[in-house]
Every structure is written in C-alpha cells, then in structure tokens.
Write a protein that binds this ligand. Structure first.
Ligand code: IVH
Length: 682
C-alpha cells in the first residue's frame, strides 16, 4: 500500500470507528457486531504502526495506549472547579428560588438534572482532540488522569461538529451498577475483597496505574457544565444540546422548569424513579437556565449562587440484628452476613445485609441484638450503616468474627495487610472443594457446560469428586448409575433412561473437548488465589509451562508487570503443597495441556535465540510490553537489570541515566527501537 492509499484508508477507518463508538456508547445504538468492530480496529492499528506518521490525533486505537503511570501530575484548573451548595428540604429550595428571583427577577427559568454520584472531572479539548482530563482536587488544582479517562468509551477522543479551538467541559465519571457488580463478582472469584460502593471505587479506579485495568472496569461519564459559553449559546439547556452535538454523553433526564411546582414534580419523580436507574444518583441539581442571569448571580467562594443541589435522604430502615452468619467462598475467604428481622426498604423486603469484613464489624461496634440502620446502595444486598445505640441491651456481647471455619472447623487465618479472613483448609473444606470444581468447569475456565453446578454438587455429594483431577476419571458407568430411576410406567422409564444416556454422553464429550484448551485456561481453571484470567494469561505467555512456572522465583514472578508480591506469594505457596503437585500430575495424565506450544505462536522465530535484553524507556512504535513480547516470541529473553551477561540494552526515550551508564561501562550493546525492529525483520 502506498502512503497516499494508507492515508485515505486510515482516515476512512478512523471516521467509521469513531461513528460506531459514538453510536454505541453515547446513543446506545449498535450498528456493527463486536467482532467486525474489532477487525476494523485491528486493521487501523496495523496501518498506523506501519505508517506512524499518519495516525490521526485522537485515533480510536489510542484509548488504552498509555503506559502504566506511578504518579499523577498536579494541574491547575483554568476555571476553578466549584462544588454545589446542598439542601435537604422543600423549604431550602423555596428559599433558593426567592434569593434568585430577588436578583434576576421573575423571568427566571430552571433546569433540573440528576445529581450523579461519582467523581467530578474536567476535560480540556484542543483543536477538538482530548488533551487533558483533571480531577477536581481542591477546586484549584487536581490530578491529571488523562490516560485513564481516555479508556472511557463515551468520552470522545475527538469532537464532532462545530467545535471551538479550545474547549473545557465538566462532568461526572461513574461506575454503572452492572459493571460494578461484574467487577465485584470477579473480585470474589479471584479471592479479592469486594468494593463497598460504586462512587469510591470509581474514584479509586481513576487513580489506578494501569489504564488496561481501568478500561476493563467500564466506567462511564455524563457531561453537565461548560465553565464558559461556547457557540454563543444563551442558556444552560442550549449549552447541553450543543454539548450533545459535539459527541458528549448528555443525560436526557433533564427538565426545563418555569416555577417551583415543576421543580418539585421533577424531584418527586426521581425520588422513587432513581431506583430504576442503571447508575447511582444522590439528588437533583437545580440550575438557573439563562446564562446572563447566572452571571448576575455569580459565585460565592465555594459554589455558584445560580445552582443548588437537593440531596435525597438515603433510604434507610431500622431493624433488629438477629444473628451474624459466616459464608465461605471458593477461595476460602470468609464473609460475614447479618441476618435481620425482615423490613421494607426501597420497595423490597430486606432480611440480610452484607458486613464485608471484620474491620467493618469493629468500626460499627456491632453488638448482638442491636437495632441497626440499613441502607440500599448500588449493590443488591443492602448494608448496615449505623446502629441505634439507645436501644442496645447493656448486657449484649460485641459481635466477634468467627475463629473457626463454620464449614470444616479449621482455624481461620488472616494475611498481613488484608482485611479478609480465610479458611486455610483449601483442599478439604466442602464449599472450597465445590467452589473450585464449579470454577474449573465454568465458561471462562474449562467451559464444561454439560456438567453445570448442580451436577457437580451431586457428584461431590456422592463421593465421585474430591478435586478437579477426579473430573477426568468420571466414566460412563459411574455417571449413569447416579440417580435412581423410579419408573411409573415402562414407557416413562425408557424415556428417562434415554435422556440420561444422552446427558452422560454430553458430559463425557464436554470433558474430552476441554482437553483441547490452552495452558492459560488450565492455569486459570486451577483456581489459585489471586490468579484471575488476565494474570493467568500473562503467566502462561511468560513462563510457557507449568514446570517453569513452578520453578520461578518470587523475583522472576514480580518482574512481570501487574504481578505483585501478593500474587507471587500465593502462587509459590500453592505449588509447595504436594497435593497440588499430584493434581497437576493427574491432570497431565488425563491429557490436559500444561504448556504453550511453539506452533501456537505464528510470529515466532529463533532470531534472538540466546540473547538477553534489558528494555528501558518509552518507545514510539510499541509499548514496552509489546517489545518484551516480541523479544520472547523471537526466542530472546527479557531481564530486569543490566549485567555483564546482558547482550543488549534496548533504549527508548527518557530512560534512566544509571542504566545507560552501567551498560556503557560493561560494554553492553545499546540499540534503538529501529535497530531492534531490523533484528527481527518487523
Ligand atoms: S454542576 C459550578 N451538575 O455534584 C457547578 N454537578 O456536590 C458545577 N454533580 O461538584 C457542577 N451531578 O461533582 C453539576 N448534574 C450535575 C451534577 C453535578 C453531580 C456533582 C459535581 C459537583 C457536586 C456537588
């Protein structure tokens, strides 16, 4: 392809992908399948890497581009990011309306909007391209979280329509409830502590080091305010329409209100309506619509006089704590659950509340038989937010965390620095065995859906399964005899037997098919604490086989990006247990794959065989990870620090001077990204 052709093709793909993104994430319209979208995105990525000079600013390939960042630079806001004054009563709103009318007269109109419970963000666009995203901070300066914000698909990287050369817009980043629940489910499966509420975890997510993890969480963003008037708009309502025309996600749930009654109507509608929203709101914002009047009203030091927030009272109920139960999860993490006297809350009957962990029980100072306040947040299970101490029985004992596992009686343990208690009896505690079996057969792991959770439980209860290796010892005879057939008639008996025959054959073929899955799936399926899907993939790609992974030192493990001490220690502890060695040996015998095969890797060559590389600095064509991957795919080895044995120092921009000096001193060859590409003919 010539450069001119490439330019045309890049422009076409960029535009198309931008349209698909905008339609999907802002307008909720799906115009293309995920698969076709990915193909187009890959095509564009390929062209851009072949012709890096032709990549457009704000290209759709740049959403998860940035390298992990340790610090977030502090940035001064051009226009201060103010807060809103709060109100909790009808009277407060009436007073606000009176104050406003006194200054600007009775022509005033209001816009009522939802008050999103998230994290405020300021976006700056230069020539239509997202240049910087900054948190509120103290209102005068905040943190630059641009790389993480770029992963939010509803935020345009490039504006549409008629945009000014420079533009600032404000909005709220939030965690959609279904994604919040998805992430918590994943965390639970990985043996990690679940997040307590969507707002705090959205805020924590924005400060994460790895934009890939941020992208995985699927944050979203509504825009609601321009600090200055663009496009000569005269009202806030028009400003929001203009924002929508630029490609921003602007809520449709806003109303133009002419008087206080219309404001209350909006408030009352959402007081109940909010429970049906796919995200959390904590109130309503009322803004003067006419920008001229906003200017007349101006600001106090902290907030505009032209707007007010009406905060909903959190729906809360008081009820009695009947008992505290302890549940043991797949990974052995023990979760306390409060059993309550049933009480009505936000339209449902609440009987249980999550207590999360021992720290929360202590912080609440929870006693048996206490009368507690429960609130409904983003989660399905409500939480205890306080205690009515005036009703406490003075003789009541403090709630203490279980000392032994309620399922198997083992003493519970707590890892330093973690809030969760674990049952250490990984291989003999019934819910942990069942949980591990269920995880092993699950869709994301070995995908043996012909088995299913119910059947696994039955097989376990019948003594046919003690661990995951036993799955592959199941045969036709052991499975077919499981349920007793109680024949009503001969005909029905025949039918039942034939159905069972089919189901058993399905299970066996499901098990057989699972043997074709790659090492990374098997590794994930083993259900080692803290080894989620992504980590399993990384470990498999780096260490290539279970034997090499087993022999890896903590240092070698933590050299990998995203693998910290917690994961490394969990792995090495797991491998130390002889029972786990036996499981691996048995699974190997059954034909499961415990290594990455050379032929799986199409890029693979031997060009770098026997050569060791230290990669340092920032590169133009590839991310550091991509470079490391290329080194390995071509037979080379990545090492962490320069020594006399190092063959090459692959030096990018901004690399540490100490490394460079050491390489020079030891005579290690220093090569550029370009030279590296030539070495592997890329
Ligand atoms: S307007 C100058 N509109 O609530 C005023 N804020 O408690 C700009 N918020 O700092 C803010 N939804 O983070 C505005 N529809 C909305 C909002 C909203 C949520 C947040 C925002 C603000 C905080 C005040």
């Amino acid at each position: 392809m010539t450069e001119t052709e490439a330019k045309k093709e890049i422009a076409k793909l960029t535009e198309e992908l931008r349209e698909y993104n905008y339609n999907y994430y802002v307008l909720s319209k799906s115009l293309i399948s995920d698969y076709d979208f990915d193909i187009k995105l890959k095509e564009l990525e390929k062209l851009e890497s072949k012709f890096p000079g032709l990549r457009q600013a704000g290209s759709p390939t740049r959403r998860v581009g940035g390298e992990p960042s340790k610090d977030f630079a502090s940035v001064k806001h051009k226009y201060p990011m103010l807060s809103l004054s709060n109100s909790y009563s009808e009277q407060d709103i009436r007073d606000f309306d009176q104050r406003v009318r006194k200054v600007v007269g009775d022509e005033v109109e209001y816009v009522c909007e939802l008050k999103y419970d998230g994290v405020a963000i300021g976006l700056r666009y230069e020539k239509g391209v997202l240049a910087q995203a900054v948190t509120r901070g103290d209102g005068n300066q905040g943190d630059d979280v641009t790389n993480n914000v770029k992963t939010i698909k509803s935020i345009p990287l490039k504006l549409r329509g008629d945009y000014p050369a420079e533009l600032e817009i404000r909005g709220e980043i939030f965690f959609p409830l279904k994604d919040f629940e998805r992430i918590n489910k994943e965390r639970l499966e990985n043996g990690e502590q679940t997040f307590a509420n969507p707002r705090n975890s959205a805020s924590g997510t924005l400060k994460m080091q790895d934009p890939k993890e941020v992208a995985h969480r699927n944050l979203d963003c509504f825009l609601y305010y321009f600090p200055i008037s663009y496009n000569n708009v005269e009202t806030h309502y028009e400003a929001m329409q203009y924002a929508a025309s630029l490609g921003f996600k602007v809520s449709k749930n806003m109303a133009l209100c002419k008087n206080i009654d219309e404001i209350f109507e909006f408030i009352n509608d959402w007081e109940t309506g909010r429970h049906g929203l796919p995200y959390e709101i904590d109130g309503i914002v009322i803004k003067v619509n006419q920008l001229k009047m906003q200017q007349q009203l101006a600001f106090t030091a902290k907030s505009p006089r032209w707007a007010i927030a009406y905060k909903f009272k959190a729906e809360r109920a008081e009820t009695k704590l009947e008992s505290v139960g302890f549940q043991v999860g797949r990974t052995g993490a023990v979760t306390p659950v409060a059993n309550l006297s049933p009480v009505q809350l936000a339209g449902t009957t609440v009987k249980r509340a999550s207590l999360h962990n021992a720290d929360i029980i202590n912080k609440l100072d929870l006693h048996y038989n206490d009368y507690v306040y429960v609130e409904k947040g983003g989660e399905i299970i409500p939480k205890i937010v306080g205690i009515n101490k005036s009703k406490r029985d003075p003789r009541a004992d403090k709630v203490s965390f279980a000392l032994v596992c309620p399922e198997c009686g083992s003493g519970l343990v707590r890892t330093e620095g973690e809030s969760a208690f674990y049952c250490p009896n990984q291989d003999n505690c019934p819910p942990q065995i069942k949980g591990k079996l269920e995880h092993f057969i699950s869709r994301k792991a070995m995908n043996i859906d012909s088995l299913g959770e119910g059947k696994v439980e039955m097989l376990y209860d019948n003594g046919l399964l003690g661990n995951v290796a036993d799955l592959y010892k199941l045969d036709y005879d052991s499975l077919i005899g499981l349920e007793k057939v109680i024949p009503a008639t001969e005909e029905k008996k025949e039918k039942k037997l034939s159905l069972r025959d089919k189901s058993v054959r399905n299970i066996l073929s499901g098990l057989e098919n699972s043997k074709k899955l790659g090492f990374e799936k098997v590794l994930f399926a083993l259900g080692i604490r803290h080894i989620g899907e992504t980590v399993a993939k990384k470990l498999a790609a780096r260490f290539k086989s279970i034997d090499k992974l087993k022999d890896a030192s903590i240092e070698q493990l933590t050299e990998l990006e995203d693998i910290g001490d917690k994961i490394a220690i969990s792995l090495s502890e797991w491998f130390k247990d002889p029972k786990h060695q036996t499981i691996i040996e048995e699974l190997k015998k059954s034909g499961l794959d415990f290594e990455i095969h050379e032929e799986d890797n199409i890029n693979k060559t031997n060009k770098l065989e026997g050569k060791s590389f230290v990669v340092s600095g920032v590169f133009e064509q590839f991310s550091r990870n991509e470079i490391k991957q290329l080194i390995e795919e071509n037979g080379g080895k990545n090492i962490g620090s320069v020594s006399a044995k190092t063959n090459y120092l692959l030096a990018g921009a901004n690399m540490g001077p100490a490394k460079l000096a050491k390489a020079e001193k030891l005579g290690v060859r220093i090569i550029s990204e370009e030279e590296f590409r030539k070495m592997i003919d890329y």
